[in-house]
Design a binder for this molecule. Structure first.
Ligand SMILES: [Zn+2]
Length: 470
């Protein structure tokens, strides 16, 4: 065994998706080589006296770095909202070792190969964690989709209702026909913002009479039927294509049985993709917050689809634990404070939380009696699977990158603006006490967060097949 390149990470609680054990993770050149029992570690260290770097996490659990597959970095173009350095620094401090950037809110959006190159040029050398990229499907860009697949985007995202930014127009059924035809056979995934607007004049007139600062006024403008109508449309395509389909940020629990039905159809037709190629995520805010707790005039809670009532929240948890929802992500979508005005109808919709996703999930999951394996499953391995990153990321398993986090599940901390590393500090979690503290974060075996600081040098990679700087 040659000396310099070997490390062993020790913990009394090493967490994989299937077990929690006392032992070590042997790492060679940034890649996990072997999982070892405590006895095997002791023998190895004695045999290689002083030649293996031993990193002992003490009482902390050792978990796989979180893969957050839904993050809006907004750079280039809206860098006052967020940027690669700040978003990935927040991620590193939050135990996240891979983020996947959404194609919209940056200018240009990631809808052509040239636009991907522009984004990649802005990211290279500025990311503290590894980063993948979603491409976008918008009206008329179907001829760019295969180029983007070849360049290594993890998949595509489209909107069925206005996205909030004019450079990312939503698609209609005929655009989806083109997109599915292009994507068939590529193995990629098409993700949907699944809401369709309804032209309900009575509802619109009623809203005009209500207090726009009340969260419930906003909530009324986006009823669960918007999500249901979108899933109906998507399900029509699911039957006609083998392209993997993913629903981002499920808010209304009502849609889950419809997704189950679509999945059953695919599986009985012999589809071999993970989950029959029909997957869905929900977000930390839908599992943590409920509409009745949201104070008047506080649009940091505003997102689309909206946070619904506590009964809905409980149903989302039930479906998650029944594996009818597959993963939990942040949908970190920040903006400047001016855009978060007290008028909930006019404020920008988006919640900032990438740094706190792991602890938000653990706060809830531990209170519900789940153990640490739930983190590995819902926050790391399933998100890696969605993005086709399972051969590199998302688990403590030989052959995968040594993206590792020492996590103290028994301690708590309070979210204060001083510890927030997002560019803009507005978040609904300010002042909240969360369970589970990230002690150290390692990216491919290298320390990137030491419990108080993120290392100065960004060492993250762009997860693309090829990168040609513009
Ligand atoms: Zn989003």
């Amino acid at each position: 065994m040659t000396s310099e390149s070997y490390q062993v990470f020790l913990s009394r609680r090493i967490v994989t998706e299937s077990k929690i054990f006392d032992g070590g993770v042997l790492v060679k050149d940034g890649v996990i080589e072997q999982l070892l029992t405590r006895e095997e570690v002791n023998n190895l260290v004695i045999e290689n006296d002083g030649k293996i770097e031993v990193i002992d996490g003490g009482n902390s659990a050792l978990i796989a770095g979180v893969v957050d597959s839904h993050v809006h970095v907004n750079e280039p173009g809206r860098t006052a909202w967020e940027g690669f350095r700040t978003a990935t620094s927040a991620a590193a401090a939050g135990g996240i070792t891979t983020i996947v950037d959404m194609p919209l809110n940056s200018i240009p959006p990631t809808t052509t190969l040239m636009n991907l190159k522009i984004k990649a040029s802005a990211a290279v050398g500025n990311v503290f964690v590894d980063i993948g990229f979603w491409g976008g499907v918008i009206v008329g860009n179907q001829n760019s989709l295969r180029d983007l697949v070849k360049a290594g985007v993890v998949g595509f995202k489209c909107f069925l209702c206005p996205s909030g930014v004019e450079e990312f127009p939503n698609v209609e059924p005929q655009d989806l026909e083109h997109a599915f035809a292009e994507l068939e056979g590529t193995g990629t995934v098409l993700a949907f913002h699944a809401e369709i607007e309804e032209d309900n004049i009575t509802l619109r007139n009623n809203i005009k009479k209500k207090d726009p600062e009340e969260y419930t006024t906003y909530l009324e403008t986006r009823p669960p039927s918007m999500e249901l109508n979108a899933i109906k449309l998507i399900n029509n395509f699911v039957q006609k294509t083998d392209v993997r389909v993913h629903i981002v940020h499920v808010s209304s629990a009502n849609v889950v049985p419809m997704l189950e039905e679509a999945r059953r159809g695919r599986l009985s037709a012999g589809n071999k993709s993970w989950r029959g190629g029909v997957t869905a995520e929900t977000c930390h805010h839908y599992l943590t917050l409920s509409s009745d707790q949201i104070p008047r005039g506080c649009s940091e809670y505003k997102c689309a689809p909206p946070i619904r009532d506590s009964d809905n929240k409980e149903r989302l948890w039930k479906y998650l634990l029944e594996d009818k929802l597959d993963m939990v992500v942040s949908d970190h979508s920040p903006c400047t404070p001016e855009l978060k005005c007290s008028n909930n109808l006019e404020a920008w919709g988006g919640i900032s939380s990438v740094q706190f996703g792991l602890s938000l999930f653990w706060t809830n999951a531990s209170a519900r009696g789940l153990d640490l394996r739930s983190i590995s499953k819902y926050l790391s391995s399933n998100t890696a699977l969605l993005c086709g990153l399972e051969d590199k990321k998302g688990a403590i398993k030989p052959g995968l990158d040594a993206d590792l986090v020492f996590f103290d599940p028994d301690s708590t901390f309070t979210v204060t603006s001083e510890i927030i590393r997002h560019k803009n500090k507005l978040t609904p979690y300010l002042g909240k006490e969360l369970q589970g503290v990230v002690k150290q974060t390692y990216l491919r075996g290298q320390l990137i967060y030491d419990g108080s600081d993120v290392l100065e040098e960004p060492r993250g990679n762009l997860l693309l097949n090829k990168f040609v700087p513009t």
